[in-house]
Design a protein around this ligand. Sequence first.
Ligand SMILES: [Zn+2]
Length: 152
Amino acid sequence: MTINKELTAGDDIDSRCLKCKHVTNHTIVAMVGSKVVKVQCNVCRALHNYRPIQVEKKATVRRSGEKSGQPGKTGRISRELKAENNFRELLGGRDPVAALEYAMTESFTDDDLVSHPVFGIGLVTRMIPPNKIEVVFKEGSKVLICAPKEKK
Ligand SMILES: [Zn+2]
């Protein structure tokens, strides 16, 4: 009696292939109990973990209900706002205009305010001898190269 067709290794199954970027026919390579765990794409022959197609459909439906290109925006805003507040606190009311222009050929010292062309205003929080500084920017801390201290 075969009411439910039991899948076994070697059977064909549809799965989403990341290389082909769509659902393709796959051959089951490995099973754990009655669960398919590894499959091989019959189109590109790539081996990968089995991804049930239902999961993919669910994700697509959820996304289509949102404004395009801005998933989870509210969560992101509040996180950025928090980072901005923390950063303001860190600067302690210092004037960003007074920041030193960052350049690899310049030397900086602890507590200097620097202005970076990409990351914006940052505060030097740590000297890393001989020629690096750790700078905290709004988006996080970065290690930057600078000229050795003696040079100035
Ligand atoms: Zn493929």
